[in-house]
Each structure stands twice: as C-alpha cells, then as structure tokens.
Design a protein around this ligand. Structure first.
Ligand code: ZN
Length: 150
C-alpha cells in the first residue's frame, strides 16, 4: 500500500517536472520575485496577479531540478483563486510538512502538495521543495525582488 502511494507521488512529481503548469511570463503581473537555491542551483521567477487580496493568476519561469520544478508547478496551481491569507497559511503548512515539524498534516487543505511530503527524508532536497514557497512568501509580503534560500 505504502509503496503504491509512493509510486503515485513520484508519478505526480515526474508529470509536473515534464509538463510544468503555468510556465510562462506574465505580462500584467503586479508581483514578481526571483528565487534562488544555491545549494542545488534552482532558479525561478514567480509572477503573481493579485486583485483585492485574491491571487487571480500565478505563473513562473526558470530552471531547476525535478523537485523544485514540480513544487513551483503545483504551487502555482493551488494558490490560484486563494486569498493572500489562505496562501500564507498554505506556506506555513507546506513548510511544516517538508521540515517534519507537522505532527498532523491537514490532507484536505494541502491536497496534491502531499506528494512532496517525502522530501522530509532527504534534508538536502527540502530547500528544492520550499524554494517556490519562500518566493511566494516574499511576493505576498511585497518587500524584496529576490530571495535566496541560503
Ligand atoms: Zn533542487
């Protein structure tokens, strides 16, 4: 059973890495932040369109490893339509899930992001998975134009 689940999770990660969702420059974005993970070399630019505290569009450009690409692809899908507060809460949950601090993961809230829970077993890959979310956090705070995980 667990092996089946692991295979399914890997399949979702492979799929998002092969066919990243929302991989495009957004001409009318009102937030744009570059994220860099020097540990692995993952680079991305996150574009958000926020109207009245709601993320109405999210996209990204960049290149990175399979984990970072799948993570940002999944993130742009899940935050679309969310309020800034909801997106921030997801960031917290995702961070707790991947760093192993969460005692209980709210699977309903985290949805497909659960496929990345496995990175907690690989500390070197945690920053690959959380890069997208740290970049999102910076975009929501609207204070920096670039962030680094180091
Ligand atoms: Zn990486």
């Amino acid at each position: 059973m667990f092996e089946d689940l692991r295979d399914l999770y890997q399949e979702v990660i492979f799929d998002h890495n092969r066919n990243p969702r929302n991989f495009r420059v957004m001409a009318d974005a009102n937030r744009q932040v570059e994220g860099f993970n020097p540990l692995c070399g993952d680079r991305l630019t996150l574009f958000l369109k926020i109207d009245d505290h709601v993320i109405t569009d999210a996209s990204f450009q960049g290149s990175g490893c399979a984990i970072s690409t799948a993570s940002v692809s999944l993130m742009t899908e899940i935050v679309k339509g969310k309020t800034e507060t909801e997106a921030d809460a997801l960031f917290t949950q995702f961070h707790e899930m991947t760093t192993g601090k969460a005692e209980h993961i709210d699977l309903e809230a985290i949805g497909k992001l659960a496929v990345l829970a496995g990175v907690r077993e690989y500390p070197a890959r945690v920053k690959c998975a959380t890069l997208a979310w740290h970049t999102l956090d910076a975009a929501l705070k609207n204070q920096a134009s670039s962030i680094s995980t180091e």
